[in-house]
Write a protein that binds this ligand. Structure first.
Ligand SMILES: [Zn+2]
Length: 424
């Protein structure tokens, strides 16, 4: 994404002239800026409306994580194929790199806070986009691969002056109106098990009971709190499957649309550990989940899928190796590629945003007609009778989205969701 500047020496004179012109221009602009309030945020894109918004957050997923994922999978990850993309600034009010609490708060509330705060600033709770959606009668779901009390899910559904107030966060989750909450349980949530199951809420602790409840429960809400270690990044028990279940449940209940936040939580943990193999596994699980959301949006229409990250973790630097198989071999030499991580903490580099959106315009295809027994119907000439069916929904006209700057702030993620989803 970074733009390259040509520094060739023969252009030095030209650059000096340009520099002088720019200095004069900037001085004039600075005066104008001082005289006028300039809003650098995302401009309202009022015509953009969607019934459903899905926000996918890859915790700790920087551009080099995605670059490694592209090499590993041998093709571009799903998010990189989305029509609209750019960069997100991630800093919080705390000097240095943001943590997940402050970054999730910025995306959930549109307000920057200090590290450690959960939808909270200066003694006040900050209303989240999930709470706003619920207040407008929309359904809300949250699906994560770590504890549901962790910073990212907590910042969309609860409020705390410190992310370590896990007891309070757990109580707030149980008392919240969130419709679908899937992730790992922890001692605080399990201690509240008796108050999780209610007349209107199922309480599940296994993948099978979650799937069964999604298919057949009369209750409108489901909490699925899995044991640690049970969310594998491959096979059937994946984040993608949990997310499909959440989409099925939310859309069955949601006449007025829904907001779903999905987090690939362990991309961050693997990067803290400088463990390339674990990072790639988590990233692949996240990528499969992005694909599942894209497929759902294409099949159901009127849905925006936003993929982003809260910050970069590990200072990952993936070398440029032109030959694809050499790059792949270098990546899979984990003793070496683990050292491509240059830090064990978070960094302040920009992360990406990627947008895919479907309209209400149906795509019509032609299929062979069948009778009640499922047998193909033939006409008098022995040719199969064809009927038109809706096979999916077209993408939106993205031209209206071109107003979104290439570089946005993490608080703008909130503004975008609000513009699409909320009336107020
Ligand atoms: Zn982290």
């Amino acid at each position: 994404m970074a733009r390259r500047v040509d520094n060739k020496k023969q252009y030095r004179t030209l650059w000096i002239i340009i520099a002088v012109i720019l200095c004069v221009t900037f001085a004039a602009a600075a005066v104008l800026f001082a005289l006028n309030y300039v809003d650098s945020g995302v401009d309202p894109v009022s015509e953009m409306r969607a019934k459903n918004v899905i926000l996918l957050i890859g915790d700790g997923m920087g551009f080099n994580h995605i670059k490694a994922g592209n090499i590993y999978s041998g093709s571009r990850l799903q998010m990189e194929r989305f029509a609209v993309s750019g960069e997100v600034m991630t800093r919080s009010l705390t000097p240095g790199a943001t943590d997940s609490a402050a970054a999730a708060t910025a995306m959930a509330t549109g307000i920057k806070t200090y590290n450690g705060r959960i939808a909270y600033k200066d003694g006040k709770n900050l209303t989240t986009v999930a709470e706003m959606a619920m207040a407008e009668g929309k359904k809300v779901g949250v699906v994560v691969t770590k504890a549901v009390t962790d910073a990212t899910p907590a910042a969309f559904l609860t409020h705390a002056s410190d992310r370590g107030e896990t007891q309070s966060i757990a109580e707030q989750l149980v008392n919240s109106d969130v419709d679908v909450l899937f992730g790992l349980g922890d001692e605080y949530m399990y201690a509240l098990a008796d108050s999780i199951a209610t007349d209107e809420r199922e309480y599940c602790t296994t993948f099978q009971t979650i799937a069964d409840a999604v298919q057949s429960s009369e209750k409108e809400k489901i909490f699925g709190l899995l044991e640690d270690g049970s969310i594998q990044n491959f096979g059937a028990n994946t984040l993608a499957q949990l997310t499909r279940n959440a989409l099925t449940k939310l859309s069955a209940e949601a006449d007025d649309g829904f907001f779903l936040m999905v987090e690939g939580s362990k991309i961050d943990s693997a990067s803290h550990d400088n463990n390339m193999q674990a990072m790639l596994n988590e990233l692949q699980a996240f990528n499969a989940t992005v694909s599942a959301c894209k497929e759902w949006a294409a099949a159901n229409g009127d849905t925006v899928v936003i993929v982003t990250a809260d910050h970069e973790t590990g200072g990952l630097k993936v070398p440029d190796i032109k030959d694809a198989s050499e790059a792949y071999d270098a990546l899979l030499d984990f003793d070496s590629s683990d050292k491509w991580f240059t830090k064990t903490g978070h960094t302040s580099v920009n992360v990406g945003y990627y947008i895919y959106a479907t309209s209400t315009t149906p795509i019509v295809g032609s299929v062979e007609a069948v009778d009640n027994n499922g047998d193909i119907i033939f006409d008098a000439n022995g040719e199969p009778v064809m009927v038109d069916v809706v096979t999916g929904y077209a993408e939106i006209d993205y031209s209206a989205l071109m107003d979104i700057p290439e570089e946005i702030d993490n608080t703008d993620i909130f503004e975008l969701i609000k513009q699409w989803l909320l009336t107020e």
